[in-house]
Design a protein around this ligand. Structure first.
Ligand SMILES: [Mn+2]
Length: 372
């Protein structure tokens, strides 16, 4: 079981940042109440906030927010660079979206969310970038925010996962991706985006990773993923696009949960999550998990990917209350002049943000109920 620490409670070991420091509690002295949701948050981070914002988000963070931040890094991209432009294109494209999600029957207008802008990270070798992302994610968590990171290439995930795992030691990482990303090193780089899950595995441990949608990798990668029973492959899972559980009156089910049970990939994901116990979950969405027919704007497209209804079912397969952080990476907007890929990515971000906010509220309600 995890012990989620919310709202900037100072329970973490050494945090050398803006985390609020409480005075030592004297015998009999009343404990300070947890910081209330909506309290303004001061962050001392290298953030560039001059670009566009995601939909109607606030720039200023408040305790309890889902906090979007971009990491415009594509220093290790092997084939076609351009993901450094991903975060701002997601924001610009978000303008075509409504804040309401009919899939979830939830609305961004009802949640607290902010868009902090882009983290300033050095281009070139990825090491300093990974450290910068880790420190930033750590600071957001300490301030009582829920991190939602926009890429950038996939190597940005390692630092975020490391910081989130420190706060949630039994963290489970769910990866949506076309690629296994399990190389030990690639093109001489330890932190290449083809190695991201190998790096993350050393953080979350062998039972801490589930890989969904993988359809490209070396034979060794597939042998490992299958032997560890941690992969949901599109083809072997009995992939079938499209589902909507009709209600008795024939309309679609809207925000009703349970849609994943009718979907083979999502059902398998639910089984793999259940087999690992009740753990907090970090969701990393490499957008190349989608079929290049619907999302061509990514550096390493791979035929045979998922479609929107599959994504909806997969998100639904994550048990309520468990999602604690997420990222959406590998949009390379220059590769899709229609901008359709950016809109797709922006919609993925909306759905994930809504789930993050809903799950945080669910955890909070649970914690309140268990307090006498
Ligand atoms: Mn990938």
């Amino acid at each position: 079981m995890s012990t989620p620490v919310e709202d900037g409670a100072p329970k973490l070991p050494p945090v050398e940042d803006s985390a609020p420091k409480l005075p030592p509690v004297e015998d009999g002295a009343p404990k300070l109440p947890p910081v209330e949701d909506g309290t303004p948050v001061e962050l001392d981070l290298p953030l560039d906030d001059h670009g566009p914002k995601y939909l109607e988000s606030r720039r200023e963070a408040e305790v309890g927010d889902v906090a979007l931040f971009g990491v415009p890094f594509d220093g290790t991209t092997s084939f076609r660079p351009g993901t450094r432009f991903g975060p701002d294109h997601i924001r610009s494209a978000s303008i075509v979206l409504e804040s309401y999600s009919p899939d979830q029957d939830r609305d961004l207008a009802d949640i607290g969310y902010c868009d902090l802008g882009n983290l300033e990270v050095p281009m070139g070798p990825p090491g300093p970038m990974v450290e910068g992302v880790e420190a930033a994610t750590e600071a957001l968590l300490a301030a009582g925010l829920v991190p939602l990171m926009l890429g950038g290439e996939h190597s940005i995930s390692t630092g975020a996962v490391t910081a989130v795992q420190r706060r949630y030691p039994d963290l489970l990482l769910v990866q949506l991706d076309a690629h296994g990303d399990l190389r030990e090193s690639y093109l001489g780089q330890h932190h290449n985006h083809a190695c991201t899950m190998r790096r993350c595995l050393s953080v979350v441990g062998p039972r801490g990773l589930i890989q969904v949608g993988i359809r490209s990798g070396t034979r060794d990668e597939f042998v490992e993923m299958r032997a560890e029973d941690r992969v949901v492959e599109p083809h072997t899972a009995g992939y079938a696009g499209g589902l909507r559980k009709p209600t008795p009156d024939g309309r679609s089910s809207g925000g009703e949960r349970g849609a994943h049970e009718a979907h083979p990939m999502a059902r398998k994901l639910a089984d793999l999550i259940a087999a690992r116990g009740e753990r907090p979950i970090y969701l990393t969405v490499d957008l190349d998990v989608f079929d290049p027919g619907v999302l061509p704007g990514t550096g390493t497209p791979e035929p045979g990917g998922i479609f929107w209804p599959d994504f909806r079912a997969i998100l639904d397969a994550i048990p309520e209350g468990r999602l604690v952080a997420a990222d959406v990476v590998e949009l390379s907007p220059g590769l899709d002049p229609t901008a359709g890929s950016s809109v797709y990515a922006a919609k993925v971000v909306r759905e994930v943000a809504l789930r993050l906010a809903h799950d945080r509220a669910a955890r909070k309600a649970r914690a309140l109920r268990s307090t006498p």
